[in-house]
Design a protein around this ligand. Structure first.
Ligand code: 6GU
Length: 245
């Protein structure tokens, strides 16, 4: 997969050289290009922002550098999908990460200040799919950190990026059995630590009992931290034991 990132702060993306994604890039599974938006300005000060029409606080990103940058990075026929992080976008979910992982190219446009002049997304939409996407109900200073989050969520889904041992199938929110269930607690050696034993069932070797226990713990944790998710469980997938938990 090819990922282009447009930003006025290319330094934000240094973490993409590290760990799982760094390795995926070195192995050629993920091809990330970070571009400085100011390369598409033409004035001495490389200006990217201006005051908002209608008044109000803060600054708005000017459309011209964005237009030229998108023309250069997404020429006709380039199969790009444009993703614009903004707190006013649709929610970024595991299902959207799975969709993005199937795309040949993603282009992320990081806004700063009060956002990007709205005509940029509107005009881009005449040439390619455009998603305005939010990570949740809070406000970041700019799109850069949101893009790091999305690139990691998408990158780990690409074939060959995770070892087989770290299967993606039982992630919280994974489509299928774990959809709308949070993962329960996990344990490793030693069997007793600071007088706290690992739950007996996990040492029993009884795979059916272990699966039952894990599902119960997932239900319990979901009820505690995200009760609204339980309403989304497929009623057909519930058994009598689930109802007792
Ligand atoms: Cl995607 N961008 C910004 N700037 N703030 C956010 C966000 C995105 N998601 C939540 N807050």
């Amino acid at each position: 997969m090819i990922i282009d990132i447009l930003t006025i702060f290319p330094e934000y993306f240094a973490p993409l050289d590290v760990s799982l994604l760094g390795k995926a890039r070195r192995n050629g599974l993920l091809d990330v290009h970070v571009h400085d938006l100011r390369d598409w300005t033409h004035d001495r000060h490389r200006t990217v922002d201006d005051t908002p029409y209608g008044g109000g606080p803060g600054m708005v990103m000017k459309p011209e550098p964005w237009g030229e940058a998108l023309d250069a990075l997404a020429p006709p026929g380039s199969a790009n999908r444009l993703v614009i992080p903004t707190p006013s976008g649709r929610p970024f979910t595991q299902a959207l990460a799975v969709e993005y992982a199937a795309e040949p190219r993603l282009l992320f446009a990081c806004g700063r200040y009060e956002g990007i002049d709205s005509r940029v997304a509107e005009e881009a939409r005449t040439r390619m799919p455009v998603d305005e996407v939010s990570l949740g109900d809070f406000v970041l200073a700019g799109g850069e950190v949101a893009v790091l989050v999305m690139v990691e969520a998408v990158g780990r889904l690409l074939p060959g990026v995770l070892g087989n041992a770290d299967s993606v199938a039982d992630d919280s929110f994974a489509p299928g059995a774990m959809e709308s269930l949070l993962e329960g607690p996990v344990y490793t050696k030693p069997p007793i630590w600071r007088e706290r034993p690992v739950p007996d069932v996990l040492l029993s070797g009884h795979h059916g009992a272990i699966a039952r226990w894990r599902r119960d713990e997932a239900l319990r944790r979901t009820a505690l931290n995200r009760p609204e998710l339980l309403g989304r469980l497929d009623p057909g997938s519930l058994d009598g034991h689930d109802r007792d938990v």
